[in-house]
Design a protein around this ligand. Structure first.
Ligand code: ATP
Length: 248
């Protein structure tokens, strides 16, 4: 479904992504694990195309020089030069780090904004679906986003991304700062979404352990480079990998 080859991103002379190649197959969940500053968000911005917007903005403001190299193919097409909005229309939807919900808008308004690419029928159907996966959101639908708890905001961020009708969902550190109980609920929901909606998912996390049970394949990023990759079982059966990266 998606294949990125030789991605390099420089912020001025700082190399944030170093020749990263990664694939995500149809209906797969792919994990990308790495410590703070490993390059996870840079990768997600590059795949979603938002990096190009950031680059142009910096360029126009006379800010830092950002260089992006490499190729991205998606559903058999080279999308390297496509704008983020065109990628979103083709189904690549980013659920960004730190949730970025609209904090002054209600839950329902956030969901409707997410549905900007959907037909009215899709909007109705997806609303029913997100309320099924996250029943708490239905109860909270008139609440202002900024007053929700971290876990509720994360549910809303994922639900809002689903409203945009993704075929490939990019989840950037969805578990950050949440309790183990909420994390487990979100991991279950992610797996359910893949199964029921046939959506492919690339998920980044600092810690692999909570997400590992649901990923098919994973990459480990270190200082911008993919230093290790493999199927879930393969990674889990490697004792060095287990202790160094998975804390198991
Ligand atoms: P975190 O878990 O902290 O979000 P991350 O793995 O998502 O980390 P990135 O945010 O992609 O990492 O950052 C990768 C590297 O690039 C870091 O060293 C970061 O400081 C640097 N970086 C990120 N954005 C910029 C920017 N706009 N200008 C300069 N350096 C940046």
């Amino acid at each position: 479904m998606l294949e990125a080859t030789g991605l390099m991103v420089f912020y001025e002379n700082m190399l944030a992504l170093n020749n990263v190649s990664l694939q995500c197959g149809d209906n797969e969940i792919v994990g990308v694990f790495g410590a703070n500053s490993a390059g996870k968000s840079t990768l997600m911005y590059t795949l979603s195309g938002i990096m190009e917007d950031i680059r142009k903005k910096e360029d126009m403001a006379g800010g830092e020089r950002i260089t992006v190299l490499g190729r991205i193919r998606y559903l058999g097409e080279d999308i390297t030069n496509l704008k983020p909005s065109s990628r979103a229309r083709k189904g690549i939807v980013l659920c960004p780090e730190r949730r970025r919900i609209f904090s002054e808008s209600t839950v329902m308004e956030n969901l409707r904004i997410g549905a900007y690419l959907a037909t009215p029928a899709q909007t109705r159907e997806t609303l029913d679906y997100v309320f099924k996966v996250f029943p708490a959101l239905q109860t909270l639908r008139k609440r202002i986003g900024g007053f929700l708890s971290g876990g509720e905001q994360q549910m809303l961020a994922i639900a809002r991304a689903l409203m945009a009708q993704p075929r490939l969902l990019l989840l950037d550190e969805p578990l950050m700062g949440l309790s183990p109980l909420i994390q487990a609920m979100l991991v279950r929901a992610t797996s359910e979404i893949r199964r029921e909606k046939s959506i492919s998912i690339i998920v980044t996390e600092q810690y692999a352990r909570p997400v590992l049970p649901i990923v098919d394949y994973a990459f480990i990023l270190e200082n911008g480079a993919a230093v290790l990759e493999g199927g879930r079982e393969e990674l889990l059966s490697n004792p060095d990998v287990r202790s160094a990266y998975f804390g198991v």
